[in-house]
Design a protein around this ligand. Structure first.
Ligand SMILES: [Zn+2]
Length: 392
């Protein structure tokens, strides 16, 4: 087993949690200070990280650690430096940015999602490097804006940095489950345009409000049909077509038929479901009878479906078995991660695995078990060793 610096990885996680790198650039808070700490640690170890300014104050930090042991594949370790905001402070019983260690847990915003995972990728790579030469190389990446539009991961792919990567391990909190599948997300905005009129003379207008009602009924039927055609996935569950926002008219003008009604739809998909087809179906359901419909795609993140036989997944599963003595549990990611971007747009097989509970992310009193941070660092080091040597 590769020897990891257990105290070091915990202390580094704590230091990261103490930096409020919330994804809140409008209020002057973003990733930079956390990214600088990552960069400094990399330099301390003699690595040569490159900092990419994705947007002002929002850098990606990427270090390539050559194994010096001859030809071999390129493994990518991925973490994000942003965290969601702390929200209502009164719902916390600890300082969200205190990094307090108590009862075997490290508490604070980002402790699970995902500063512990990010720290584990760095310390695993360092451990492997200190254990001697290895084939190939590891690309250690701390990216920006996973909690937003994932501009960091998109920038990484656009810069061509994914081109030479053979497999990526994304260190999101998944409670020790190996997640090679992730749900897709498609967010649509449907604008229904009719003609404004006085409520007393509806015959002179075209009312988009009943059209919005018809669309809602159609969306429910579409969901039924999709769920029948695509049975629930064993790790991801069902396809959902959920209207989340409905906007039309004005409370101050109850006697006015509005010109426009808007419906926003949050679609969650599983492998095999075609996003373009769904957008087309929604467009076909909307409008008609003098109402024109326009469908805008706000977010389009396809589902991820990497086979468990892929070398990066197999290496991780073998490492989990070797380090923990337990059979790996396979699961799915309920939302999207930077892995979605890496796999879909970068062509890189990705798998998500990291310390921290699946449901603790984004909540008050977020925490991660200290033992889990150390265990995951060991699994990462072992997974890298196996992936790069092709011995999974
Ligand atoms: Zn995350």
């Amino acid at each position: 087993m590769i020897d990891v610096d257990a105290d070091g990885v915990v202390a580094f996680t704590q230091a990261l949690v103490r930096i409020p790198s919330t994804n809140d650039p409008a209020r002057g808070r973003a990733e930079r200070p956390a990214a600088e700490l990552v960069e400094a640690k990399m330099r301390e170890w003699g690595w040569d990280p490159v900092v990419y300014e994705v947007e002002p104050g929002r850098p990606n930090v990427v270090a390539v650690v050559e194994g010096g042991g001859g030809d071999g594949p390129t493994l990518m370790f991925e973490g994000h430096t942003d965290v969601v905001t702390e929200g209502d402070l009164s719902t916390w019983t600890v300082d969200p940015f205190g990094g307090e260690i108590r009862d075997g847990k490290l508490w604070g915003r980002g402790s699970a999602d995902m500063k512990s995972g990010l720290a584990a990728t760095l310390y695993a790579t360092r451990a492997l490097q200190q254990a001697g030469p290895f084939p190939g190389r590891i690309k250690v990446c701390a990216l920006a804006d996973e909690e937003g539009l994932m501009i960091g991961a998109h920038h990484f792919v656009a810069e061509g940095l994914a081109a030479d990567v053979d497999g990526a391990i994304v260190a999101e909190p998944e409670a020790g489950e190996i997640c090679a599948v992730a749900k897709g997300a498609l967010r649509l905005r449907v604008d229904l345009t009719g003609k404004m009129a006085h409520g007393a003379m509806p015959q002179h207008g075209r009312n988009p409000v009943p059209a919005a009602g018809a669309l809602l009924a159609g969306l429910a039927a579409l969901q039924d049909e999709l769920q029948k055609r695509h049975p629930a996935h064993e790790h991801l569950g069902a396809v959902y077509v959920t209207p989340t926002v409905l906007r039309a008219g004005s409370e101050e003008q109850v006697n006015v038929i509005p010109a426009v009604a808007s419906v926003f739809v949050d679609v969650r998909t599983i492998p095999g479901v075609d996003h373009q087809e769904i957008a087309g179906r929604v467009a076909a359901l909307a409008g008609g009878d003098g109402i024109t419909a326009e469908v805008a795609v706000l977010v389009d993140r396809p589902p991820v479906d990497v086979p468990v036989t892929d070398p990066v997944v197999a290496a991780l599963a073998a490492a989990h078995r070797a380090v923990t003595g337990e059979e790996p549990v396979y699961g799915g990611v309920p939302g999207s991660t930077d892995g979605t971007v890496l796999t879909h747009w970068g062509g890189v097989p990705s798998v998500v695995y990291g310390p921290g509970g699946k449901w603790i992310a984004h909540q008050s009193d977020e925490y991660v078990e200290i033992a889990e941070i150390v265990r995951c660092t060991r699994v990462f080091a072992e997974a890298a060793h196996r992936f790069l040597n092709g011995t999974h």
